[in-house]
Design a protein around this ligand. Structure first.
Ligand SMILES: [Zn+2]
Length: 396
């Protein structure tokens, strides 16, 4: 029997996307997640797609050919330093590594195959663990990202399937690359919830960034205050995602699922617990069924506590998507802990929820600030809705 509910896109062909052993964006995050799902028994009877590399023509849907040539040259050790800098390569965040073009093209290919699985092969949902490189620009690498798989996949779906896409990004960092790629496009709506750019990379994602020209109103940013906790994060997330979905009425939803808003994450200052990573995919799943006949593609993204946070967060997403949440009611499988405990740099978690998390200062102020930010972010949607309602009343 072939279960057409959900398909996982994953394979070791994605491990070579590795800057170096100590770099936070490490492929072990993928392997640990898959291993956890295996020990749960949550992948054995489920469909799996092995990612293949995107072609150069596919990469050129978004990226400049000169940038692609630079990435190829960089991976072959023949890119001069001055050129590397101009393309955002050979930086501390995004250093050169051997065969980086091939490795990055495999991450893009995975997201493209996930989209085809949903739009051509009859799957309702697809999860590509290795995707979510949302900082990649047309002509420049940035923030651990070389090619922007989501931007390419969105442009690919627009051209091949003529669909309108809602992209929802809950990584702790602003989804800048995807936002700027479609900033003037009314057929692609981007919603990014992230830690405010005041002190955090990439510094953009202000509430006033709403799109331009015909695309005005279709970029929505909700920059959250540092130390935001579960309740405020989820209140804002639920209101924003629900209202934006109702406003835009997408044909398909793409979610970027960076897991770096967790309080243990070393690279952000948000303060959520594992509970948020159970709720994020639950709402995405509901809204995909409410607005898109189920069509939902999910990708990974950031998340830099690779032992304690990322495997559980991404496993919860797959369990939600594939209708197997029952696996996360109990303990994290002992077999997974035994398999990795000698290699792990942290004590591996034994439960699916975080017990007691440290208290934060200024809880009330943080919540009030986030509510105000949400109001500003959704202002144009809420006023348009009111105007439409008045219009309808007048005609009745
Ligand atoms: Zn991030």
């Amino acid at each position: 029997m072939n279960n057409k509910e959900a398909v996982l896109v994953y394979g070791p062909s994605q491990y070579p996307y590795k800057f170096n052993e100590t770099h936070p964006f490490h492929p072990l995050r993928l392997e640990l997640t898959y291993s956890l799902l295996e020990e749960l028994g949550a992948v054995q009877n489920q469909p799996l797609i092995q990612p293949s590399a995107a072609t150069k023509a596919e990469l050129e849907l978004i990226h400049d050919s000169r940038f692609i040539e630079a990435v190829i040259a960089g991976g072959e050790g023949r890119l001069p330093d001055s050129a590397a800098e101009a393309y955002g390569l050979k930086t501390e965040d995004t250093p050169l590594f051997p065969h980086m073009h091939e490795a990055a093209a495999h991450l893009v290919g995975g997201t493209l195959r996930a989209c085809d699985a949903v739009l051509a092969d009859g799957y309702l949902h697809a999860f590509h663990l290795g995707g979510g490189l949302h900082h990649g620009f047309r002509g420049r690498a940035s923030g651990f990202c070389i090619y922007n798989d989501s931007s390419i996949a969105i442009e690919y779906m627009r051209r091949k399937y003529g669909v309108r896409i809602l992209y929802v990004d809950t990584d702790a960092h602003h989804g800048d690359g995807v936002q700027w790629a479609f900033y003037d496009d009314p057929d692609v709506c981007t919603l990014s919830l992230h830690e405010t750019g005041r002190y955090l990379f990439p510094g953009t994602g202000h509430v006033t960034e709403k799109g331009t020209g015909k695309g005005y109103g279709f970029s929505i940013n909700v920059p959250l205050d540092a130390f935001t906790e579960d309740d405020s994060f989820l209140d804002v997330y639920r209101a924003a995602f629900t209202e934006v979905a109702d406003f835009f009425k997408p044909d398909i939803i793409v979610t970027q699922n960076g897991a770096d808003a967790h309080y243990l994450d070393p690279l952000s200052h948000l303060h959520v617990s594992m509970n948020v990573y159970r709720e994020i995919p639950r709402l995405a799943h509901q809204l995909a069924h409410a607005y898109c006949g189920g069509k939902w593609v999910a990708v990974g993204g950031g998340g830099y506590d690779k032992w304690r946070v990322v495997p559980r967060a991404w496993a919860l997403l797959w369990l939600e998507m594939s209708g197997q949440t029952v696996f996360a009611n109990d303990h994290v499988p002992q077999a997974w802990i035994n398999k990795w405990k000698d290699k792990a740099e942290e004590t591996l978690p034994t439960t699916w929820t975080d017990a007691a998390i440290p208290e934060i200062p200024r809880r009330k102020e943080v919540t009030a600030k986030n509510n105000l930010t949400l109001e500003k972010a959704l202002y144009h949607i809420r006023t348009e809705k009111q105007a439409t309602r008045k219009q309808v009343d007048k005609h009745e």
